[in-house]
Design a protein around this ligand. Structure first.
Ligand code: TYD
Length: 199
């Protein structure tokens, strides 16, 4: 049986990377991330997150995310799914729609085409949105990479984008309250994923 692709999404400092790690361990799934997840992808990630890379055009940024995704799907995600493994990815296509779309202002429908093309049409089976309010995110944000250094309005647009996606497709999205202890949140994530897997 083919494995399932589960994406964890959320604004910066939502805690989703920690949750992705816990979930993957619990599921016995392959854990991976975007940007990154392949040797090439980690090099693209370094470029994309480098605060010294200034004035990167929004379309160039979107295409670098897409290039990373293409390599990630071909090299890491698809082979794992086909081998029957579940895959937990810390970010996937909806990060491009939230950040390059809602954050940077590029048209979300066009980003959807680019991302689908890059991914060879591979869609997530489930997306878990780790949701934290503005003040919690602001307190947790380390503020060191190119995205974390964006202003509050940018992060608020990203968060609003995620909430819109989730509200528009409740079958695909599970929204999990990201406040509380790591264990509290992990329990909520697990409940959402378990409900999906037995469906
Ligand atoms: P993130 O996943 O938050 O890593 P960490 O938890 O280690 O800080 O960092 C990745 C950044 O890349 C994040 O700010 C969102 C951004 N991003 C996009 O803008 N578009 C995308 O398509 C993806 C995958 C990520």
């Amino acid at each position: 049986m083919r494995g399932r692709l589960i994406a964890l999404e959320g604004r910066d400092a939502s805690g989703k990377s920690t949750q992705a790690r816990i979930l993957a361990r619990r599921l016995g799934a392959v854990l991976t991330r975007e940007p990154g997840g392949t040797a090439l992808g980690e090099r693209i990630r370094t470029l994309l997150l480098d605060p010294e890379v200034t004035a990167l055009d929004a379309r160039a940024e979107a295409l670098l995310m897409a290039a990373d995704r293409a390599q990630h799907v071909t090299e890491t995600i698809r082979p794992a799914l086909e081998a029957g493994r579940h895959v937990v990815t810390d970010r996937y296509s909806h990060s491009s729609l939230a950040y390059q779309g809602h954050g940077r202002g590029l048209p979300v429908d066009e980003l959807g085409w680019v991302s689908d093309w890059a991914a060879g049409g591979l869609l997530p089976d489930l997306v878990v949105l780790v949701d934290v309010p503005d003040d919690v995110a602001r307190r947790r944000r380390a503020g060191s990479d190119r995205f974390e250094l964006e202003d509050e309005a940018f992060h608020r647009r990203v968060a609003e984008g995620y909430n819109q996606f989730a509200a528009g497709d409740p079958k695909l999205w599970k929204v999990v309250d990201g406040t509380g202890t790591v264990e509290d949140v992990a329990q909520r994530v697990w409940a959402a994923v378990e409900a999906h897997l037995v469906r």
